[in-house]
Design a protein around this ligand. Structure first.
Ligand code: N2P
Length: 361
C-alpha cells in the first residue's frame, strides 16, 4: 500500500535535478554499516537506496545549513544535531510511521534528550568514544614496554611524538573532539565555552604539530591496519575495525583501542530527516528498517559501535556486547565526558583556532 502511494507521487523536481519518489537518499558516516543491510533494505522495501558517506560533522553541517542537500536521512552527532535543529534544518519524526521505536534503549535515549528534547527529531544510530589507536608492537619498540598507550601523554607529549613521528601519526580532523581532548590534557573542563580556555588548546597542539603526518578522519582505518602508521587519534569502532582488518590480513600488525585514562569523549550519532527531504515517507521506512532489532545488531556486529536499541542486544556477538570499549561498564562510563554545542561566536574562535593548528603556523 505504501509503495503504491509512492508510485502515484511519481517524479518530483528538486533543485533542477529529477528525483524519483521511490528513492531514498541516505548520507551516513563512512565505515558505519554492513553493506549487506543496504541490499536487504532494497529487497524488503522495493525502494531504491542511494547511500553516500562523509567523515566530518562540519561537512554535513555546511550542507544542512545551506539546505537543498537532496538527502532524506542524515546522521549528525548530537551536539551538531542540536544546533541544526535550532536552525530549522530538520523535520519532526512521525512516530506513527516508526513502530520499531519500541526497541529503543532508554539508557541511550535519556542521554540523547540532552541534544534533542523528547527525541522529537532524531533517533540514535550508534554511539562511541574518541580515543587512541595503536600498533602495539611498533609503539613499544619505539617507546619501550611502558609506552603510555592508554594515555593522552602518548599523543600530546612532544617527547613521545618525536619518537613516533617516523612511523606515522594521524589525528582526526574533528575540532569539536580534538579541542576538548586537548583541554582534558591540560586539566581544563573539556566542555569549556570560554574562548580564553579554548585557545589554550594551541599550547597542546603546536609543540606536537611537526610530528603529525595528517589530519584525516577515515584514512587511518586502513593506514593503521596496513602498518603505514602506528598511532591514530580516532573513533572507537573504526580502530576496532582496523584491528580486524589487520588480523584478517594476517600481517603481524596488532592494533589496540584505548579511551584515554584521563577521560574520553562520548558522542551520539543521530539519524534525522532534513526539513526539505524529497522523500520523508521513504526516510521513515529506512529509519524503521534500521530500528529493527536484527538489522541494528547486524550493523553493530559489523562496525563495532554500540547502538541505542535495547532489543538488538540479544543478537549482538560477545565480541561487541562483551567489550567494555564498545559497551562500557560502570568504571569505563564514569571516565567518559560529553560536550555541548558552542554558540556561534565561540564556534568562530574554535574554527579559526583549528585552521591555525592544522596549518601549523
Ligand atoms: C564512523 C565514524 C563515526 C563516528 N566511521 C563519528 N561520530
Amino acid at each position: 500500500m505504501f509503495k503504491r502511494t509512492l508510485t502515484l507521487t511519481a517524479i518530483l523536481a528538486l533543485g533542477g535535478s529529477v528525483v524519483m519518489a521511490d528513492e531514498v537518499r541516505v548520507y551516513n558516516w563512512s565505515d558505519y554499516i554492513d553493506e549487506e543491510l543496504l541490499t536487504k533494505f532494497e529487497e524488503e522495501t522495493g525502494l531504491e537506496l542511494i547511500y553516500d558517506v562523509f567523515d566530518s560533522n562540519e561537512v554535513l553541517e555546511t550542507k544542512m545549513l545551506a539546505g537543498g542537500s537532496g538527502y532524506d536521512v542524515v546522521v549528525p552527532s548530537g551536539t551538531f544535531l542540536q544546533r541544526q535543529v535550532t536552525a530549522g534544518a530538520f523535520q519532526k519524526l512521525d512516530a506513527a510511521k516508526l513502530p520499531n521505536l519500541e526497541n529503543t534503549w532508554d539508557v541511550v535515549s535519556e542521554r540523547t534528550e540532552q541534544y534533542d528534547p523528547e527525541n522529537a527529531y532524531s533517533i540514535n544510530y550508534m554511539w562511541g568514544t574518541t580515543g587512541i589507536g595503536v600498533n602495539v608492537g611498533k609503539v613499544k619498540e619505539l617507546l619501550g614496554e611502558d609506552a603510555p598507550i592508554d594515555s593522552l601523554e602518548l599523543v600530546f607529549n612532544p617527547e613521545n611524538m618525536e619518537k613516533l613521528a617516523g612511523c606515522g601519526v594521524h589525528f582526526l580532523d574533528a575540532p569539536a573532539e580534538m579541542i576538548p581532548m586537548a583541554l582534558k590534557y591540560l586539566g581544563e573542563d573539556p566542555d569549556s565555552h570560554d574562548p580564553d580556555v579554548i585557545k589554550r588548546a594551541e599550547e597542546v597542539f603546536m609543540p606536537v604539530r611537526p610530528y603529525i603526518q595528517k589530519f584525516h578522519s577515515s584514512e587511518y582505518i586502513n593506514a593503521l591496519a596496513n602498518g603505514d602508521i602506528c598511532v591514530a587519534v580516532g573513533w572507537s569502532g573504526d580502530i576496532l575495525q582496523s584491528r580486524d582488518r589487520a588480523a584478517e590480513a594476517d600481517n603481524g600488525v596488532e592494533i589496540e583501542y584505548h579511551a584515554a585514562k584521563e577521560g574520553a569523549q562520548m558522542w551520539f550519532d543521530q539519524m534525522a530527516i532534513p526539513v526539505d527531504a524529497p522523500n520523508p515517507d521513504g526516510a521513515h521506512v529506512f529509519l524503521n528498517f534500521i530500528l529493527d532489532a536484527q538489522n541494528m545488531a547486524a550493523a553493530s556486529n559489523y562496525v563495532y559501535y554500540a547502538n541505542g536499541n535495547k532489543a538488538s542486544q540479544e543478537f549482538l556477538v560477545e565480541d561487541v556486547i562483551g567489550d567494555p570499549a564498545i559497551y562500557p561498564d560502570e568504571a569505563t562510563l564514569a571516565n567518559l565526558f560529553t560536550t555541548t554545542p558552542y554558540p556561534a561566536k565561540v564556534q568562530r574562535v574554535a574554527t579559526r583556532l583549528w585552521t591555525k593548528i592544522k596549518s601549523g603556523t
